[in-house]
Ligand binder design. Structure first.
Ligand code: PHE
Length: 478
């Protein structure tokens, strides 16, 4: 059977943007930003998106398009070694882990959407309006949450089941413009609310002193959030790029995806923070319930609240679906490519597994917190380190060749520095953030008498130069 490809040029971009834009931007981003001090976090996060995210997406794209395979097959084929294939299994695991908590949150969102819609139809207030806090507590980790998780998973499975062109491509083509339009509308509306300025202040006023003082603390969460929101490290971008042709410029596509995703993330902040401050006067309760408790609370106090809530949760449901399908596609493409499973059987098998793993998450808040935070952050960070080392040290010149295929002259000039960055500097940086999120960064910082901020800058430069020497020895590109 010949492998499917995207039907149109826009199809691939929209699907990749659809994967990136999701609960990471709308549910996770405000909560993690609030927990890490607001604007200081935002700055580090944006820097990581540009310096690690864009080259990182390109790394995954190169692997995917060069091999035309799922992550396992890709690493094995391109290296000619079974061991690399086994390493690629990490992606399959990550895909399942991601979906196991994501579809629980997707289920909560779906529930809020359905409840709002019903309220709209019956012209009553949405049930969570009266006491958003206890409403959320009452539904979050219950058997109801299991039901909605399964419902969300079924929707995800139906789209993936329909395949690349009829399912993922058409689905995201409808979902993405709808999301953008509604978010812009909500952001404009939010700006009219009293005390919105305090929200902008918390979110956007950059303060270098706070940043330096907290640099180590925000590094791990900022990197984790950047990878999560860009769908990096799980093999999603490898998988999606395996369905594209040689005529696309990978650097152009990677930049477009990062820009659009960041736009939506920042836009979501422009909806969430002014609203929170307008209603509660502060960043709101932190943790996974933040969005539900605070935003739902905000809607409750506003005229036409039910209508706005319906639009909002509708948008978020679409955004979540266009991401969850990309998580499911990783193990599915693995089963289809490697074991020649038919698509329906692969989709059914993986979804069946996630019904179980997700249900456990939906009933155990502590486990959920661990999977949604530290576990996923570490898996994505390790995954991206693996992909980038593979690009730098196994593909070498071939990666540069793939990078250049279909791209313009500026991109050609950047290809060699890019290889050096992904081969050495970025993996080094990621190891560093991994250590710091394990709590070891603080220890390192107290041992080293230089400002951690400048230390990181200097080390990155030193390592980039070192890369020239290092990569020269393997498959010469310089
Ligand atoms: N980027 C998605 C979001 O922000 C989540 C995701 C992570 C999707 C990793 C695929 C792979 O919601």
């Amino acid at each position: 059977m010949t492998r499917e490809t995207w039907a149109t040029r826009m199809g691939f971009i929209l699907a990749a943007v659809g994967s990136a834009v999701g609960l990471g931007n709308i549910w996770r981003f405000p909560w993690v930003t609030a927990e890490n001090g607001g604007s200081a976090f935002l700055l580090v996060y944006l820097a990581i998106v540009v310096l690690v995210g864009v080259p990182g997406i390109l790394g995954e794209f190169v692997i995917g398009r060069r091999s035309g395979r799922n992550p396992v097959g890709a690493l094995r084929e391109l290296s000619g070694s079974r061991t690399w294939g086994l390493v690629g299994m990490l992606s399959v695991l990550t895909g399942v882990a991601l979906l196991s908590f994501y579809s629980v949150v997707g289920g909560w969102i779906l529930r809020y959407f359905v409840e709002s819609l019903v309220a709209l139809g019956t012209a009553g207030p949405a049930p969570y309006f009266a006491d958003p806090g206890s409403y959320y507590d009452g539904i979050a980790f219950t058997t109801d949450a299991v039901l909605y998780h399964v419902a969300f998973l079924v929707l995800t499975a139906l789209i993936v089941f329909a395949g690349i062109r009829r399912g993922i491509e058409i689905g995201t083509k409808v979902m993405m413009p709808a999301i953008l339009l509604l978010l812009v509308g909500l952001a404009v509306w939010a700006s009219q609310q009293p005390n919105a300025a305090a929200g902008y202040e918390f979110y956007l006023s950059f303060d270098l002193a706070t940043l330096r003082a907290n640099f180590f603390d925000v590094l791990g969460p900022a990197a984790g959030q950047a990878l999560f929101t860009l769908s990096l490290g799980a093999g999603t971008m490898v998988t999606y790029a395996s369905y594209i042709g040689d005529d696309r410029s990978l650097p152009f596509d990677a930049t477009t995806i990062a820009v659009l995703n960041t736009f939506v993330g920042v836009l979501a902040g422009l909806v969430v923070f002014p609203l929170l401050f307008s209603v509660t006067g502060e960043a709101g309760s932190s943790g996974p319930g933040a969005l539900f408790v605070s935003i739902a609370g905000a809607f409750a106090r506003l005229p036409a609240g039910t209508l706005i809530a319906t639009a909002f949760f509708g948008v978020v449901t679409l955004a979540a679906l266009s991401s969850s399908i990309s998580m499911l596609e990783i193990p599915v493409s693995f089963l289809v490519d490697e074991f020649e499973f038919s698509r329906p059987v692969a989709v059914g098998g993986v979804a069946g597994l996630v019904v179980v793993t997700g249900s456990v998450n939906a009933l155990r808040p502590a486990l959920f917190g661990f999977v949604a935070g530290p576990l996923v952050d570490s898996l994505l960070t390790i995954g991206l380190i693996v992909f980038l080392l593979f690009v730098g040290w196994v593909l070498g010149v071939d990666a540069v060749d793939e990078f250049r295929r279909g791209s313009g002259s500026l991109a050609n000039t950047l290809s060699t520095p890019w290889l050096l960055a992904v081969g050495v500097a970025i993996p080094f940086f990621l190891v560093f953030t991994l250590l710091s999120s394990l709590g070891l960064g603080g220890i390192a910082a107290s041992l080293i008498p230089v400002s951690s901020f400048w230390l990181t800058v200097v080390m990155t430069v030193v390592l980039t130069v070192g890369a020239f020497v290092g990569l020269r020895g393997s498959r010469s590109v310089v």
